[in-house]
Ligand binder design. Structure first.
Ligand code: NAP
Length: 675
């Protein structure tokens, strides 16, 4: 392989490394394979993002950007093999690629789909419900999110050159914010290829994505209040970067995902021979060996009941002994190499530190077999299992992250002790618990939840479909308190909001309707030019309303409905019993009868653009309706969301009132309407 020049993409141009570039070695052969780094036009990059990328992205709606993400994932998917081929040089095996490359693309897909399903086809995201701030409802509150107008600087760790970029990029672009991506130099050649694929697809607006291969220069000194730094890496680097004067002075958002001493607890109920015991052994061994243990979420501390330590060490050692180590390209290889020899040396040094408090019970870095590669040249290590006999007195086993295939077994006396030990990590990304006892799960969540960003619980019921201790999922938050960085990423739309400003808007219903593109009760009603059920999706206007004629509810109606449906609840059938109920004056109409009458009053019966009623939300019965009451309906177009090429969803606000003008029921009706 000839030496690769890893280029940066800055202010619209590819820039080759210069004489100050750093050499990058192959994890497998130790030979130089690439070089990266050099001077960059840092201010031009920031300006390009803010003047070209940001405005272009903000012109698009959330749905436009979600469609763009989907197309980008498809494009990346077409080039997976090229990414795999290059990524073997980082020491990663094919199953490691599934986490990094397929996992990254999958994460982008999920954001694309969440953007379409959970965000509006507009420019303002409504965060929560309207808040009632006044008695008459003429002055209301609504939290909204709009995209930050600066740039997101993503600084990533070496272990996931693709996932690490895409898990930050997808929510950033969906929010409408341009990104400058800075991968760790050690594996930036893989990220460069993924960036090239995305840029060459022509799907991204100019300035939406730039790449720094090498150092960022003085970029952090130039950021302002509309910018975000999202960092993944070691606690030491995070501390240095977040202490930057300019970052502090301008309150630049700084999200940190750092290292973490994740624990896995074997429940007290999980006896050797139980499905949970076997599952625990499998999970721990996988977490120790996947990506050669170079995962921020890997299990570093293994907590087991004191009486089970021996059995666990025996079973785990037997499984780890089956780990074939060597050339990551070989199908038989279970564990490839660490990213480079510097990282290997670092892991050995940290393992030695752990060794001052714990005994190594499996894996000898001085004697292990490597297949298909030169053990002396590549950054290979065996899985190393330690046993700490006195975890209460120990400190290093709880605070030293050996970022490789290293983990320590510790015994606990009771569940409270297990929780105390898990929390000694001083804040972790994830803890796992393998138990079949829900009471154990509840106790652990109550005792350890505050110290962990995620708690993964698995047992015989969920093991077939469970996603693994170490896999952050785009739907669920990733991050953790304290040592883990105090940051939070992913978690569906929550992750998108990190790149937007939440603003509390206060004003009249009319103002809130105009800002959010969603009709708020009290805002102007637009008289429908024809029955809204006869109007196609595109023609319907927000606020378009019809009022129906009144309909009297009779006792015969109530009895007929009761007979017909079988709902003969006493409040509808027995005058005296109903009157004894504090909610009712006497016999009242069924709520579902009112809903059915309402539908009969507002629908247009003919075949037309309304294709289906898909449900209703927020139903409230506000006042009882008695025989002799006359109800009428107001139906208003509240919100429109395109769904497919053929139809979109219309959310209707429906209010039922009685002859005195009092509201008796309120809900939101959902229909699918043809364009
Ligand atoms: P690192 O040495 O802290 O580097 C992280 C990133 O910071 C790299 O891109 C690095 O660039 C950059 N960097 C270093 N100094 C910088 C500076 N002065 N200005 C700007 N950028 C700077 O971490 P790593 O060795 O790549 O990754 C391993 C660590 O990351 C482990 O501790 C692991 O636990 C953690 N990690 C955490 C997560 C998570 O989600 N919480 C995920 C993965 C990894 P260069 O490479 O160019 O130096």
């Amino acid at each position: 392989m000839s030496l690769l020049d890893v280029k940066s993409f800055a202010a619209g141009a590819w820039i080759a490394p210069d004489d100050s570039a750093r050499m990058i070695a192959s994890a497998v052969t130790g030979e130089p394979i690439a070089r990266a780094g050099g001077a960059l036009p840092v201010q031009d990059m920031l300006d390009h993002a803010c003047n070209a990328g940001g405005p272009a992205l903000r012109k698009m709606t959330f749905h436009d950007r979600a469609r763009m993400l989907k197309a980008l994932s498809v494009e990346l998917g077409k080039h997976k093999q090229a990414l795999y081929d290059l990524s073997f040089e980082t020491g990663a095996t094919q199953s490691d690629h599934l986490i990094d490359i397929d996992g990254g693309i999958g994460t982008m897909f999920v954001f694309a789909s969440k953007g379409r399903r959970e965000m509006p086809d507009g420019h303002v995201y409504l965060d929560g419900a309207v808040e009632q701030l006044s008695r008459e409802g003429t002055f209301l509150g609504q939290h909204v999110c709009t995209p930050l107008q600066g740039v997101a600087v993503h600084i990533n760790a070496f272990n996931f050159p693709v996932w690490g970029m895409l898990e930050k990029l997808a929510p950033t672009l969906l929010a409408g914010v341009p990104a400058i991506v800075k991968p760790a130099t050690a594996t930036c050649y893989v990220t460069e290829l993924a960036v090239k694929i995305m840029l060459e697809s022509g799907l991204l607006p100019e300035g939406a994505l730039q790449l720094v291969a090498g150092g960022v220069g003085d970029m952090l000194d130039r950021l302002g209040c509309q910018d975000v730094v999202s960092f993944t890496g070691s606690a030491a680097t995070a501390l240095a970067l977040r202490s930057n004067d300019n970052i502090l002075r301008n309150s630049v958002r700084f999200v940190a995902e750092q290292d973490s001493l994740n624990a896995s607890i074997l429940g007290p109920d999980a006896e050797p021979g139980s499905p949970e015991f076997d599952l625990f052994v499998k999970e721990v061994s996988r977490e120790m060996t996947a990506k050669a243990g170079q995962k921020c979420t890997a299990i570093r501390r293994i907590l087991v009941p004191e009486a089970r330590q021996e059995a666990l060490i025996e079973a785990l050692s037997a499984r780890l002994a089956k780990t074939s180590i060597g050339d990551p390209r070989a199908e038989t290889t279970r564990m490839g190499a660490l990213v480079n020899n510097a990282q290997k040396a670092d892991v050995l040094q940290k393992a030695a530190l752990i060794g001052t408090e714990a005994e190594r019970v499996f894996g000898d870095p001085g004697a292990f077999e490597v297949q298909g590669a030169d053990a002396e040249k590549g950054a290979f290590l065996p899985p190393m299992l330690f046993h700490c006999a006195d975890p209460d007195a120990a400190a290093r086993v709880h605070d030293t992250e050996a970022f490789g295939p290293v983990s320590t077994v510790m015994g606990y006396r009771d569940l409270g002790h297990a929780i105390t030990l898990a929390n000694r990590g001083q804040g972790s990304l994830v803890a796992s618990l393998i138990t079949h006892d829900p009471a154990v799960a509840r106790e652990v969540v109550l005792g350890a939840g505050a110290f962990h960003g995620r708690i993964y619980i698995n047992d015989r019921d969920s093991m077939k479909e469970s996603t693994g201790h170490g896999s952050p999922l785009p739907h669920m938050v990733h991050g953790g308190p304290g040592r883990a960085g105090g940051g939070e990423e992913l978690g569906g739309v929550r992750g998108v909001k990190h790149y937007m400003q939440r603003t509390a808007i206060q004003g009249s219903p009319e103002m809130l309707t105009a800002i959010g593109g969603t009709w708020v009760p009290g805002a102007k009603e637009i008289e429908a030019p024809a029955h809204p059920f006869t109007r196609v999706f595109g023609d319907l206007q927000i606020g378009e309303t019809i009022h129906t004629a009144p309909r009297e509810v009779t006792l015969a109606d109530i009895e007929h409905f009761a007979d017909f449906t079988g709902d003969t609840f006493y409040a509808h059938m027995d005058e005296e019993a109903a009157a004894r109920n504090p909610f009712f004056p006497g016999r009242v109409a069924h709520g579902y009868l009112l809903l059915s009458f309402a539908a009969g009053m507002f629908v247009d019966p003919n075949e037309g653009p309304v294709l289906a009623n898909t449900g209703l939300d927020g139903l409230r019965f506000l006042q009882p309706v008695e025989a002799g009451d006359r109800i009428k309906v107001r139906l208003t177009v509240k919100k429109k969301t395109p769904r497919t090429e053929e139809y979109g969803e219309v959310r209707w606000h429906v209010t039922l009132t009685n002859q005195n003008g009092e509201q008796v029921a309120e809900y939101e009706l959902l229909t699918m309407n043809a364009y």
